[in-house]
Design a protein around this ligand. Structure first.
Ligand code: UD1
Length: 422
């Protein structure tokens, strides 16, 4: 079993470079299928979900040329099937973006129901509502797959009953090749939605309003090649900011868009940390006791659900009683059992958690239940005195490039161990 071993209590200092955004790249790689010419994409993070997405593209017949660790060229003109590989699709939530991309490209997609992190029901009704509104027929097929088909997609107005990143992306992907205008109302506004729109517009698509709650897409007959660089990862940046605060450190988080970090920065400042924004970096320092605060996760520009477990670790170490309300997912507090085993005092009641601050956390052997829960365990391990071991690290590897190396460079005592080899 592979684990991270952390000797905690070490103050982090120095600089860390943030990789390309996971949530953007998992939408942009399938979007490359929509082009009629090859596309070159840069600043790709070297993480498991990217490797899976590239294998999925190859399994469809696309030519994938890995130019270097962070750049790929994708030639979609050789795609020869609309049926997505079962095992690959089920290992990653975002494989459902291949539905919108293949539907847009070829008018047909057959995709297994996706896997990924589990924190409650993850319905797809709004994605399917969008495909149907564009004129596609959606049929469940054997083996827990769905098939989506249309002879000619037609633009339409689609109101999303709930703000959904997944549905907004999937509808955009299909609509760029539909005939006429599609209007998505109550669309998600996350930075990765804007990044996807920018990528598609670089290919010649006509998408307006991304980043607001009304997105207008005029379908295009032909999409040409594009050369594009993925935005920095807002959540990876926020995670390193939280690590700096948890260890009372001083860290320069480089290659970020500070605007994307505003909700995280605001909360860290409220807790007593010092955050300085520069053009493409933020410096985070903390040398005073942390203060309690309340957090409610919401769609962008609210506080991101993907930072909820990481900020919870800081609240465990803050003076007073804090409350977290999870506004996106019904079951995203499982990791709190692990933090309580490290000496935290967290009570969960439905979609809210009450955290009574403690003076310190103590090292323990803990598990990561999902990607961001795993990141929270790393933060807790860095803050706790003694040796913490974290298993199930495959989740963490899905979203954090070279986390061990990046932390070692900041002075952390963390290593990857393999029990089987010991
Ligand atoms: C969500 C988060 C995203 C985060 C990701 C992984 C939001 C708005 N989205 O994106 O920031 O990166 O989880 O943690 O913060 N829903 C439906 N029907 C649908 C689709 C979604 O009811 O067809 C509901 C979901 O149950 C959920 C909410 O809408 O309560 C948001 O879901 P959605 O944004 O689609 O999820 P992800 O794209 O996974």
């Amino acid at each position: 079993m592979r684990k991270y071993r952390i000797n905690g209590g070490v103050r982090l200092s120095g600089a860390v470079d943030i990789s390309g955004a996971k949530n953007a790249v998992v939408a942009i790689l399938p979007a490359a299928l929509l082009a009629d010419e090859p596309c070159r994409i840069e600043n790709i993070p070297n993480i498991k979900d990217v490797a899976t997405s590239l294998l999925l593209l190859e399994s469809l017949g696309a030519k994938v040329d890995r130019i270097n660790e962070h750049t790929v060229e994708i030639d979609p003109t050789t795609v020869n099937t609309c049926e997505v590989n079962d095992d690959l699709a089920r290992s990653m939530r975002a494989s459902y973006y291949f539905i919108g991309a293949l539907l847009g490209k070829s008018g047909r997609a057959r995709v297994p129901m996706p896997g990924g992190c589990w924190f409650g029901e993850r319905p797809m009704d709004l994605h399917l509502k969008g495909f149907r509104a564009l004129g596609a027929e959606v049929t469940p097929v054997e083996g827990d797959c769905i098939e989506v088909q249309s002879n000619q997609l037609m633009g339409n107005s689609i109101y999303l009953d709930t703000v959904s990143v997944g549905a907004t992306v999937n509808i955009m992907l299909a609509a760029v090749r539909a005939m006429g205008m599609t209007i998505i109302e109550n669309a998600a506004k996350e930075p990765h939605i804007v990044d996807l729109a920018n990528f598609l517009n670089t290919m010649g698509a006509d998408i307006r309003g991304a980043g607001t709650d009304v997105i207008k897409i005029r379908g295009s007959q032909y999409l040409h090649s594009a050369h594009y660089s993925i935005i920095p990862d807002q959540i990876e940046a926020g995670t390193y900011m939280a690590m700096a605060v948890a260890t009372k450190g001083d860290v320069l988080v480089r290659n970020v868009i500070p605007k994307h970090l505003e909700s995280i920065t605001a909360k860290l400042i409220e807790m007593g940390a010092w955050v300085e924004e520069m053009d493409d970096a933020v410096r985070v320092r903390c040398n005073t006791p942390l203060q309690r605060c309340n957090i409610k996760t919401m769609p962008h520009p609210g506080f991101p659900t993907d930072m909820q477990p990481q900020i919870a670790v800081l609240l465990c170490l803050a003076e007073g009683v804090s409350h977290i309300t999870e506004g996106i997912w019904e079951n995203r507090f499982r990791y709190t059992e692990e933090l309580n085993r490290m000496g935290a005092k967290i009570e969960v009641n439905g979609n809210s958690a009450t955290i009574t601050g403690v003076e310190k956390l103590s090292a323990a052997n803990v598990t990561s239940y999902d990607l961001r829960a795993g990141a929270a365990m790393v933060i807790a391990g860095l803050a706790a005195e003694g040796v913490t071991e974290i298993d199930n690290i495959r989740y963490i590897e899905r979203g954090y490039e070279n986390i061990v190396q990046k932390l070692v460079r900041l002075g952390a005592e963390i290593s990857l161990i393999d029990d089987d080899e010991e």
